[in-house]
Design a protein around this ligand. Structure first.
Ligand code: NAD
Length: 452
């Protein structure tokens, strides 16, 4: 039975739009269309596939304002973030538009003939997207997937389907043939699960919670289906006493409260070397109080509301630990929460161990380098993190010691489309982005040609 969903503006609690959800039969039809389109898309000359992806990128850039506005209204993202996100889609498409013409195999020396390898596309790729960064996370999957000659069925999150639906329309405007890039709004248990069970979907790219990721991994085993998982995080912001403490403290709110903390890379654990704790907290308090939680349409907004009442309640349940200080947030309609800094009693506190996915950060101290690495690694997750120090040797030692996929030194940025992104431990499986992403969307075929 087809259903539908009322998309809510989280800053006002007003209904934005009713979006129809696909049922199982409609999902199967879309997968069949994507499979049919695969057989022509894979044979399109590399230069032509590259041109179509460049055209898609240009069209996204032409519509960046419209896409950003949709994301502000649908997801409560700040204007600055939403524009960055639309640009990130265009940039990711442009980066991978260079790939079809460079999808090289190898010629391997063997006796008795010639041996060559080909990178063959997989077929239909099912991409399942969470609600926190609807545009970029979709593009990190579909841009390299399409570039490698696959077709795509993409399921946005129930809360945030609007930009994905628009990107599907823009792809057609750009000349991407019908059936190549398909956006399928619907429930995880229906559309998302069908990507896992349908034999014509050859790979699932899942970004979301670790709990659902584990179920998907189990489901994919049945068909030995290829799988990339980008899951939860509990990343550390490690601040050594020899760092520029004022700079580290000024940057720390953005590292965890950006997107209202609904970021898998959020540095939600701050580890400060004991001797620098008081100085850090003084600067950090000033920075947190300056961090503007307000109407996301305002150019000055640093942070908007949480996505839903459900998310608000889940985050609020962490606020029973000692609070150091808080920022401010609007009152009235909308899922607003002030940025909050906690001082957990010890490392078994819930706020220290669990992914909060809201504007809440916990601060603890450490003694020395070894202690910092031990504390950072004391987590089931390993996605990102930051290290602040002026000592280059220490920066390298700690970078090698911390078990996470994406670290930055004297910076809090985690994601660049040029470089690999993904998690250690229960933060994921496989890598997205960077020069090697095409490998996850192709199979290597080896062909031996005899001299005889
Ligand atoms: P979620 O796991 O609830 O949902 C993610 C997507 O999976 C949604 O589209 C949902 O509809 C779908 N889904 C749910 N049940 C499914 C099922 N049984 N089969 C198939 N699909 C199903 O996650 P969320 O609440 O939307 O997102 C928040 C989580 O995502 C956080 O844990 C966050 O850390 C994680 N995340 C990770 C990254 C990363 O790159 N590592 C990036 C962003 C978000």
């Amino acid at each position: 039975m087809p259903t539908s969903y009322d998309v809510i503006n989280p800053a006002t609690e007003e209904i934005v739009k009713n979006v129809a959800h696909l049922d199982l039969a409609a999902t199967d039809d879309a997968i069949a269309r994507a499979d049919k389109a695969f057989h022509t898309w894979r044979t399109i000359a590399p230069g032509e596939r590259a041109r179509l992806l460049r055209s898609f990128s240009h069209i996204v850039t032409e519509h960046r304002e419209e896409l950003a506005q949709l994301e502000i209204t649908n997801s409560g993202h700040t204007r600055g973030n939403a524009l960055w996100e639309a640009d990130n889609v265009a940039n990711t498409l442009m980066y991978y538009a260079a790939a079809p013409e460079r999808l090289f195999g190898r010629q391997i020396p063997v006796p008795g003939g010639v041996d060559i390898t080909f990178k063959e596309p997989l077929g239909v790729i099912g991409i399942i997207v969470p609600w926190n960064f609807p545009m970029p996370i979709a593009a990190w999957g579909f841009a390299p997937a399409l570039a490698a000659g696959n077709t795509v069925v993409l399921k946005p999150a129930e809360y945030t389907p609007l930009t994905a639906i628009r990107l599907g329309e823009l792809a057609l405007l750009a000349g991407i043939p019908e059936g190549v890039f398909n956006v399928l709004p619907g429930k995880g248990s229906v559309v998302g699960n069908r990507f896992v069970t349908h034999p014509l979907v050859r790979k699932v790219v899942f970004t979301g919670s670790t709990a659902v990721g584990k179920q998907i991994m189990v489901g994919c085993a049945d068909q030995v289906k290829r799988l990339t998982l980008e899951l939860g995080g509990k990343s550390s912001n490690i601040i050594f006493a020899d760092a520029d403490i004022a700079k580290a403290a000024a940057a720390a709110p953005g590292a965890v409260f950006d997107n209202a903390g609904q970021d898998c890379c959020a540095r939600s654990r701050i580890l400060v070397q004991k001797s620098a704790f008081d100085t850090f907290m003084e600067h950090f308090e000033v920075a947190v109080k300056k961090f503007r939680c307000e109407d996301p349409n305002l150019a000055t907004a640093d942070m908007g509301p949480l996505i839903s009442k459900k998310q608000f309640d889940a985050v609020e349940s962490f606020l029973d630990e000692p609070i150091a200080f808080k920022g401010s947030a609007p009152t009235g309609p909308g899922y607003w929460m002030a940025p909050t800094v906690l001082l957990p009693k010890n490392t078994s506190a819930r706020s220290w161990r669990e992914e909060i996915f809201g504007p809440v950060v916990s601060v603890m101290t450490f003694d020395d380098e070894a202690d910092a690495i031990l504390m950072a690694n004391d987590s089931e997750y390993g996605l990102s993190g930051s290290i602040w120090t002026r000592d280059i040797g220490r920066a390298l030692r700690v970078s090698r010691g911390v078990d996470t996929g994406a670290l930055s030194v004297n910076s809090n940025s985690s994601v660049r489309f040029w470089t690999p992104f993904g998690g250690f431990k229960q933060s994921g499986l496989g890598r997205e982005l960077g020069p090697d992403a095409l490998d996850s969307f192709t199979e290597v075929k080896n062909v031996f040609i005899s001299n005889d």
